[in-house]
Design a protein around this ligand. Sequence first.
Ligand SMILES: *[C@@H]1O[C@H](CO)[C@@H](O)[C@H](O)[C@H]1NC(C)=O
Ligand SMILES: *[C@@H]1O[C@H](CO)[C@@H](O)[C@H](O)[C@H]1NC(C)=O
Ligand SMILES: *[C@@H]1O[C@H](CO)[C@@H](O)[C@H](O)[C@H]1NC(C)=O
Ligand SMILES: *[C@@H]1O[C@H](CO)[C@@H](O)[C@H](O)[C@H]1NC(C)=O
Length: 255
Amino acid sequence: MKPAKLHYWILGCFSMALCCWCTSDKFHQSDSHPHTWKKLYLAHHWPVTVCKQTANDCQDPPEYWTIHGLWPDKSEECNRTWHFNVTEIKDLMPDMRRYWPDVIHSSLNRTHFWKHEWEKHGTCAATLEVLNSQKKYFGKTLELYQHVNLNGYLQKAGIKPSSTYYQMTAIKEGLTKFYGVTPKIQCLPPEEGEKAQTIGQIEFCFTKELQLRNCTEPKGESSRLQTDLQLGSRELSVCSDTLPVYYPSQVQHRK
Ligand SMILES: *[C@@H]1O[C@H](CO)[C@@H](O)[C@H](O)[C@H]1NC(C)=O
Ligand SMILES: *[C@@H]1O[C@H](CO)[C@@H](O)[C@H](O)[C@H]1NC(C)=O
Ligand SMILES: *[C@@H]1O[C@H](CO)[C@@H](O)[C@H](O)[C@H]1NC(C)=O
Ligand SMILES: *[C@@H]1O[C@H](CO)[C@@H](O)[C@H](O)[C@H]1NC(C)=O
């Protein structure tokens, strides 16, 4: 058991003990199991930023937001014996290649990224009946991505890649108003000598019924950091509301 898992396990036991005092029938679905989760993050990433973030062989990253993953909070690698099998998603291949590409390893075998996502996150999401196979997990993620249609919204709202800055609050408030829920927006912090952060990831949260919900927790409960792409030197973190933000296009060469 890794320390993080142990932590949740202990936390789970503790909340179960506490729950003996409460009258709620939530007792039976308490967090006592280490693989219990409450919400899903549908993470979109901006391929141009992903490429900036890592020293790699990206070439011509797509200029639309692509899928990073569909992640249950608070759990990872829930079933290490449930291996990825690309044959099971062969019907989804055209959409997978287009909307869920492996941005940073575009010249390598693209199935590695999907394998990683399935084994780390999909095996946990699979506790839901609508996500309990590889075909359902990848297929439903593509469906949610189409449903959210982030690219369509941004285009309509006139938020386009640009060499000038945006105000972070303008992007955040626009999204929140349009979708009716608060997303989680992640940026690369400013490089030395720069004043702007760079937008990299936009995550929408879903309930177990696959309804959009706020990514923020109403009770002030903190959610675990999602750090998935740590291959390079720079990491994403929640964008600052006060710094201006870059939304880079690939033809830009700053500095
Ligand atoms: C893990 O996955 C394997 C292969 O699909 C399955 O047979 C097994 O029941 C799963 N284990 C759990 C605990 O879900
Ligand atoms: C992969 O999935 C295909 C289609 O479901 C199946 O025929 C094949 O046996 C699976 N391969 C492995 C190694 O499980
Ligand atoms: C990619 O990797 C999978 C296994 O992960 C393998 O079945 C497939 O043949 C590989 N494809 C290429 C083009 O190397
Ligand atoms: C999301 O949070 C906002 C306040 O930040 C609240 O007004 C709204 O009702 C919440 N929406 C949902 C679906 O919980």
